[in-house]
Design a protein around this ligand. Structure first.
Ligand SMILES: [Zn+2]
Length: 528
């Protein structure tokens, strides 16, 4: 039994109530005591020198499903105070794997030169992933991963039998410990899926009190309709809805969050369980292929590349993309990470700038980059307005998520040009939104990141500093905290995070990972 007490700290306990000076005692992996007077049993003493102690941050939107196999330290997450990640977002998950998805996922392991972990179902995934991780995770079932496995890459509607197969798979994964289902309705195959089909496939999670996480069908011109669709899915399937990375994309759509938040409030008043999450940046990041029309992507990358070689189809693709993107602004889209062996000099530069250099229209630059990289290239888009960002952040149902996978300044995940949110999300909320702009108090900001998130997820023993709760803790300096990662130089850990504990073990100190791997894949049915 290991007991230690962090003393002379300012306790922000995650409930939203005012901070107080006091002591926090940990016994093994749980909090034993918190209070303003010294505990009866102190154990080893840790001097906090007046720094602030908070519960570990809950990353409501993570893509670390597979990166944890490549590097379980989760440096980009742990270093910003994250102790629990909700993985399996946007319809893409590490499990369950049906049909050709086992081979698809195998490509990730090959690319990172790591031994393929033997799993296909959710139960085995959770067992394998938690062997060597520093962070806790809860896993969603990705609708896209499941559907591609069951139905292949085509855009046909699911047959009754296929829907039943997916329902059984969802039920099985929930029994194994998944927290719910996620969809990515803007991406294939989500964009080929009807609302009714999603309602049917989501239904089995209701009896497990699971949640429906949605990357909406549209985040720009049809944003309001897309929010209404997600609310309808939650209502008909009788499950709670989590709207992922809520935003309005494209200057001509700015201000629409007034309407979406109003619709969300109406649903809440009518008795629906709805929350959303956000990352604190005006730029988003995804695959560059998302600029092409949906129909051009049917059947996967190889089919899409063939279409780009067909003159008639290419003309149509160019026409449709040009119409959409010239309105959005070619200067707003920058190249993220190119494929191995491709021109790294493009990374971080806008399509407009590259077009100038190459003396080519931006849409042709886009097509050429997609072809050169065989569609394996990401982008960063500066499409959001500051007012929407603030409006969404201030909403009492908004939680925080990185929308990033694991990265690290060293090791196998140090390559590429990820969005800086991967390293900076939580510190940025505490510095830019809280300390600098005073949008909320420190206690409220921490509440969004911890206690409120745990409440939303229905977790009994996480998200608060209270006796009996799991000892996921962050010691930080609210005056010094800041995100350091930039779009130009993203692989940089935040400053002002002094210590991070996961399940009672110290994983981050003096701006370094301790190498401890106390993380667990939580089984949702055990946590409620
Ligand atoms: Zn997403």
């Amino acid at each position: 039994m290991e007991r230690f007490t962090i003393r002379n700290c300012r306790v922000v306990d995650g409930t939203g109530r005012p901070a107080f000076n006091g002591y926090v005692t940990v016994l093994d992996n749980r909090i034993e005591y918190v209070g303003t007077t010294p505990p009866a049993l102190l154990g080893r003493k840790i001097e906090a020198d007046g720094l602030t102690i908070t519960p570990g941050f809950i990353d409501m939107h993570s893509h670390s499903d597979l990166t944890l196999f490549a590097d379980g330290r989760a440096v980009s997450k742990i270093s910003q105070g994250i102790t629990l990640e909700i993985v399996g977002q946007c319809g893409i998950s590490g499990a369950p794997l049906y049909g050709h998805m086992e081979d698809e996922i195998g490509k990730f392991f090959d690319r990172h030169h790591i031994i393929r972990r033997p799993y296909t179902g959710m139960k085995d995934y959770l067992r394998e992933v938690e062997r060597h991780i520093a962070v806790n995770i809860l896993a969603l079932i990705g609708h896209g991963t499941l559907r591609r496995g069951v139905m292949g890459e085509e855009d046909a509607p699911a047959t009754l039998t296929q829907i039943q197969t997916m329902q059984e798979a969802v039920d099985l994964a929930m029994q194994a410990g998944a927290i719910g289902l996620s969809t990515g309705l803007i991406y294939p195959p989500g964009c080929y899926t009807t609302t009714e089909e999603i309602v049917e496939v989501t239904r089995p999670i209701a009896k497990h009190r699971g949640l429906y996480f949605s990357h909406l069908r549209n985040e720009g011109d049809a944003l309001v309709e897309a929010v209404d669709e997600a609310l309808r899915i939650g209502k008909e399937a009788r499950v709670g809805v989590q709207l992922s990375h809520h935003k309005a994309m494209g200057p001509h759509n700015w201000g629409k969050t007034r309407i979406t938040l109003d619709h969300i409030d109406q649903a809440i008043v009518a008795g629906q369980d709805v929350y959303m999450d956000q990352y604190p940046y005006v730029a988003s990041a995804t695959s560059l292929t998302a600029l092409l029309p949906d129909w051009a992507l049917i059947g996967g990358s190889e089919k899409a590349l063939e279409r780009l070689k067909n003159t008639a189809l290419l003309t149509r693709i160019i026409h449709e993309t040009e119409r959409k993107e010239s309105r959005f602004g070619w200067d707003r889209t920058r190249i993220g990470t190119v494929r191995e062996g491709q021109d790294r000099g493009l990374q971080g530069r806008s399509l407009a700038r590259i077009a100038e250099d190459w003396g080519m229209p931006p849409v042709k630059v886009l097509i050429k980059i997609l072809q050169d990289n065989e569609m394996q290239v990401s982008m960063i888009r500066f499409g959001m307005g500051e007012e929407d960002l603030e409006r969404v952040f201030r909403h009492p149902r908004t939680l925080i998520g990185t929308d990033g996978g694991g990265s690290a300044p060293d090791g196998p995940l140090s390559q590429g040009n990820p969005h800086p949110r991967t390293y900076g999300t939580f510190p940025r909320v505490l510095s830019k939104f809280t300390r600098d702009k005073h949008w909320v108090s420190l206690e409220e900001a921490v509440h969004k990141m911890t206690g409120l998130a745990a409440h939303r997820l229905g977790l009994k023993h996480r998200g608060r500093i209270a006796p009996g709760f799991m000892a996921d803790l962050v010691v930080l300096d609210p005056d010094r905290i800041d995100d350091v990662a930039t779009f130009e130089n993203p692989h940089q850990t935040a400053q002002g995070i002094s210590q991070v504990y996961v399940n009672g073990s110290l994983v981050w100190q003096h701006n370094r990972h301790t190498g401890q791997m106390p993380g667990r894949a939580l089984r949702y049915y055990e946590e409620r």
